[in-house]
Write a protein that binds this ligand. Sequence first.
Ligand SMILES: Cc1cc2nc3c(=O)[nH]c(=O)nc-3n(C[C@H](O)[C@H](O)[C@H](O)COP(=O)(O)OP(=O)(O)OC[C@H]3O[C@@H](n4cnc5c(N)ncnc54)[C@H](O)[C@@H]3O)c2cc1C
Length: 472
Amino acid sequence: MSTPPAYDLPLRRSTGTLDRALHGARHIAYWLDSAERPAALAPLSDDLVADLTVVGGGYCGLWSALLAKERNPELDVVIVEGREVGWAASGRNGGFVEASLTHGPENGERYFSSELEALDRLGHDNWREFADDIHRHGIEAEYENGGVITVATEPHQVPWLEALAGPQKEFLDQEALAGHVMSPLFRAGVHDKEGALVNPAKLAWGLKRVCLEKGVRIFENSPVKGLSRQGEHVSAHTPGGSVQASQVILATNGFPSLLFRNKLRTIPVYDYALMTEPLTDDQLQAIGWTERFGLTDMSRQFHYYRKSVDNRILWGGYDAVYHRGGRIKPEYDIRKETFLRLADHFMDTFPQLPDITFTHAWGGMIDMSSRLVAFHGTAIGGKVAYSSGFTGLGVAATRFAAKAMLDLLDGADTEITRTKLVRTKPLPLPPEPIASASVGIIRRAVAQSDRNGGRDGTILKLANALGYSFDT
Ligand SMILES: Cc1cc2nc3c(=O)[nH]c(=O)nc-3n(C[C@H](O)[C@H](O)[C@H](O)COP(=O)(O)OP(=O)(O)OC[C@H]3O[C@@H](n4cnc5c(N)ncnc54)[C@H](O)[C@@H]3O)c2cc1C
């Protein structure tokens, strides 16, 4: 396995101390390590005919199938999943449900300034519908609507936060912030009331259940190896059989695209997270975090953290690791140097918890695109629709992508299909060997920018001028 270089400052604690905290941590996403994980359904073993084939059983594919059935209950929909529903990013993410379709206002201003207001509205509608749907369908995904507090950990970030404040976003100075959560690193915060949290795997499993109840046929352990067109139909071929349908949705995230045109539009980047043991009431009091909300910081290499329903803390982010050749391998889900660094950062943030131990440590692949937001489109004579490139912010945005793909397949002229977000594509990412070299250079530049009062150096300015966006 190639070991990408570390770009960071040395650890502040001995590896012995950090190893002790991580000793016994299971290398599986906490959310997937559950007795509620449903058994896999049978693989495809026949040649079927349907109206709509959905390739991929993460959120994007599940929402696509569900919303297609809700638009037309007669539609015969089949999901073909290469492994298990929800095993990938959808079952192992931070569970932050954010409304933004543009990866935040700054990135939105950069690429979609002429339609930012409409995209914000569409994002908020989608965010509300997301909550309505999971409640309407009785999906027990531990949905919590306490918002997300973004904190400044460096002086230069405080004015950035002040600029972010607005009607739904309350600015908290250091003292006010300490009323919600206490860390010696925190200087100020903004509490965005329109953020929510879910148990990610339970959301995927709940969507699976609802799809099945609506009559969607789901086949697991059935990787689609290729698509072929026969007149008005497109067949998706797996080792055990095929599905022929008049329409296909590709919801395959950053896994190798079945369409040549999309092969350079995303790169797989690995993100990592730790989960602590459940905190006692005394431990929660010590950090002052007794309410229910998620936390994230303002750095480009940011952390995200939130409590589970049983008061564990999920602590993730910071490192974003690309492997040469854009390879995706199970062994990349485990990265000891990142786990040590995350544990070290946790202890810097909450020194009130010196004896904390972590029960889980895992990683997952994110589909990074050069605009940091998903792109959408059609291929094969408008019969195949695709969405990919969520860049680590896909819990709610995949539901919007499902709506966009269904509108595109219908050939409908809707507010969604008229947006630049849906009509235009991001710049392709460079092929190897330029990809590995560029990612290394950019990672160093991003780390440098965080240490340099948030100012971009020449490399990031150049990359930005060329139309590429970067953060973790
Ligand atoms: C560690 C981590 C933390 C994250 N935290 C957050 C967060 O807090 N908030 C947020 O909004 N987003 C977060 N994300 C991102 C979010 O999880 C994803 O954007 C979202 O889950 C993407 O859903 P998806 O359905 O597109 O992809 P996936 O969940 O990856 O599903 C794609 C599915 O397609 C299947 N597939 C691929 N190719 C084929 C094929 N050829 N044939 C059949 N099946 C195929 C795969 O097996 C997989 O099951 C995080 C991601 C990670 C990894």
